[in-house]
Structures are given as structure tokens and as C-alpha cells.
Write a protein that binds this ligand. Structure first.
Ligand SMILES: Cc1cc2nc3c(=O)[nH]c(=O)nc-3n(C[C@H](O)[C@H](O)[C@H](O)COP(=O)(O)O)c2cc1C
Length: 332
């Protein structure tokens, strides 16, 4: 593992060596084995609570993660749908987080207002993920511990405003006083260096990590991603206002056609967006169908590697970028 290169409010808050967070990847892509590998490599990862419909299995994942990390702190991704019928489920998940002494959560989806008191009571740090600085401001006012601001490049849900990560990175740290993490399109160390220079406290990566050896998804899919030139993602489901950046496969093309035709009813979309297609693709490596979250930062993945090897290359590249800037300095 590389030495600590950067000390930021996020490394201090989470007790991690590197300012590198790996966002939760559903449905159950980021499981205990992967999250433990991220934590053991000096970053912070998040087990996706929604990926485990069986709560005993979810608890088991958390215990496994704790054992694989020899008791180091790790995180959970909590999706806040805001829907009344999901409230009981969320309460049960939060009870397990408290009982299993989870260190932090990456919340995404709706506002964290409802869940904050219970998480605070349990001593769990809350990092709320948003797709625009305006939401970062309101989350900061509510009292979250940190905000994660993702730009339009991100795999998964970039929100509806289409703001680039470069703009978010320069804007967000000036707008809130709490620690800021920037994600979306990040997969190289020079981006880590640039993000820290712009005032952020850490980066968040998702797509870049899809080639990690420790992920259970089929190796054939990882090998396919290694070949990617970064042009193969597309934002779809605009018709449902659920903008979703995914691999541009047969399902994505069918959904894009529905968007273009002005469809806005879920039933038209359902055959193409069913979660079973996604799980099948991850299990078999056949990526023609399913909504497969992925963004252009996959271009930085040149090999299937361990999480630690990916971190090493990111950190070496960050150091190189810092040196380059030093070399460019004149007349300060
Ligand atoms: C395969 C995959 C699945 C994801 N699933 C979730 C999820 O369940 N919940 C969530 O909040 N974010 C999810 N994300 C988003 C990531 O946590 C992260 O915000 C995003 O990947 C960062 O942008 P990047 O892909 O450009 O690195 C997913 C991303 C990927 C690539």
C-alpha cells in the first residue's frame, strides 16, 4: 500500500489513509468482499443496503466486512426513496447499521432529513450524495457530515441538470463549509490532484472500479470494459425523469428510443429496465441486456486489477501531477 500522500478533512473524519471513496454499486455489486478490499487499500467503501432484500443476509454482509477488515470502519450505501412504503424497510436497515456499528453511510436519492436523527444518535457519519450544488447546500444546512457532489459524467444517476464534474469540483467547495467529495468521471490520479487543488477533500469513484478483481461480477464483463474507449455510455430514462448513465447496449438503445418517442409511462420501459436483466448480465458476463451503470471514466481502466493496484496507480499518477505543477511554477 502506498504511503499517505494527502491529509484532508475526509481522511481525518473517516480515519482512512487516502482521500479515495468508492461509491456504493447496486444491486449487490459492492458487497462485503469488495468494500473490505477498498477499506484495506486505505479508502472507504459502501455495502449497498438495497442489494440485500433479506435483512439477515445484509447483516451477515456487514459482519463479513468487519471480519475481512479486522475491525476497521466501513460504510453502507442507503437509498432514500422518500416513498411511504419504503419507510419501514429503511428503519430496519438503520437498526442493523446501529447494531453492527457501521462507521458511515453514503446516502443517495431523497433528502436525508428524516434519517439524520437516528444516524446521529447511533454515531454514524453521514455523507450525502447529490447531483447539484444546490442540494449540497441544503444537505449541509440539515447537518450532514459531508457532501458528495457528482457530475454528469457519473455512472448511475447524474440528476437532471447535466452539470459537469469539473464545474461541481470548482463550485461546491466554495459553497459549503463541510467536507466535500467530488465524483463523476474520475478514474485517474491527476483528477485526484486537481480535485484537491480545487478545494475538495476527496474523490469518489464508481465505474473505474468495475474491473476490480475483488468484485464478483463476471470476468468477461470486466474484460469487455477494459477494451472501452470511454464513448460507450449513454444517459437514458429521461422520459421518466430518472436520468441514468449506463452502458449503451441493446436495452439502453431500446430505452433511448422510448425517450425519443416521448414515452413517460413506466410500463413501456419495464421490459428493458428489469433488475433481473442487470443481475443476469453481471452473473454471465453477457452485457447485451440490462441497465448496466457505467460512465466514461471506465476509459482509465486498462486491466483487471486488484483494488490496491488500482489505488496505487491513481496515487502514483496524482504524485506525478503534483510534480508537474511544481515544474510549471514561475514568477509566483
Ligand atoms: C455499477 C454501478 C452501480 C451503482 N449503483 C449505485 C447505487 O446502488 N446507489 C448509489 O447511490 N449509487 C450507485 N452508483 C453510483 C456510484 O456510487 C458513484 O456515485 C458513481 O459511480 C460515480 O461516478 P463514476 O461512475 O463516474 O465514477 C453506481 C455506479 C455504478 C458504476
Amino acid at each position: 500500500m502506498r504511503n499517505q500522500l494527502f491529509r484532508t478533512r475526509i481522511t481525518e473524519m473517516l480515519g482512512i489513509r487516502h482521500p479515495i471513496l468508492c461509491g456504493g454499486m447496486g444491486p449487490s455489486v459492492s458487497d462485503a468482499s469488495y468494500v473490505a478490499a477498498v477499506v484495506n487499500a486505505g479508502g472507504m467503501g459502501f455495502v449497498v443496503a438495497a442489494g440485500f432484500s433479506d435483512l439477515d443476509e445484509f447483516r451477515e454482509q456487514l459482519r463479513r466486512c468487519r471480519s475481512l477488515t479486522s475491525g476497521k470502519g466501513f460504510g453502507v450505501n442507503l437509498y432514500l426513496s422518500g416513498q411511504a412504503n419504503a419507510a419501514e424497510r429503511l428503519r430496519q436497515q438503520m437498526r442493523i447499521l446501529a447494531e453492527e456499528e457501521v462507521l458511515c453511510v453514503e446516502t443517495s436519492g431523497g433528502s436525508p432529513e428524516e434519517v439524520l436523527p437516528a444516524l446521529r444518535e447511533a454515531g454514524i457519519k453521514v455523507l450525502h450524495k447529490v447531483p447539484a450544488v444546490r442540494y449540497a447546500r441544503s444537505a449541509a444546512r440539515l447537518g450532514v457530515d459531508a457532501v458528495i457532489v457528482v457530475g454528469n459524467d457519473c455512472g448511475g444517476h447524474p440528476g437532471t441538470y447535466g452539470i459537469s464534474s469539473m464545474v461541481q469540483a470548482a463550485h461546491a467547495p466554495k459553497e459549503v463549509s463541510i467536507p466535500v467529495v467530488i465524483g463523476g468521471g474520475i478514474g485517474a490520479g491527476r483528477q485526484l490532484a486537481a480535485t484537491l487543488m480545487m478545494g475538495a477533500d476527496a474523490i469518489l469513484m464508481g465505474s473505474r472500479m468495475l474491473v476490480a478483481e475483488e468484485l464478483w461480477i463476471h470476468r468477461q464483463y470486466k474484460e469487455r470494459l477494459v477494451q472501452s474507449d470511454g464513448t460507450e455510455s449513454i444517459i437514458v430514462k429521461n422520459g421518466l425523469r430518472q436520468h441514468h448513465r449506463v452502458l449503451n447496449n441493446d436495452s439502453a438503445k431500446a430505452v433511448a428510443a422510448l425517450d425519443a418517442a416521448g414515452a413517460s409511462d413506466f410500463e413501456s420501459y419495464r421490459p428493458h429496465v428489469m433488475g433481473t436483466l442487470t443481475t443476469h448480465a453481471y452473473k454471465t458476463g453477457d452485457s447485451h441486456q440490462g441497465m448496466l451503470d457505467c460512465g466514461p471514466s471506465i476509459v482509465f481502466a486498462n486491466a483487471v486489477q486488484s483494488v490496491e493496484a488500482i489505488f496505487d496507480s491513481v496515487l502514483d499518477d496524482a504524485r506525478h501531477a503534483m510534480r508537474r505543477l511544481e515544474d510549471l511554477r514561475c514568477n509566483w
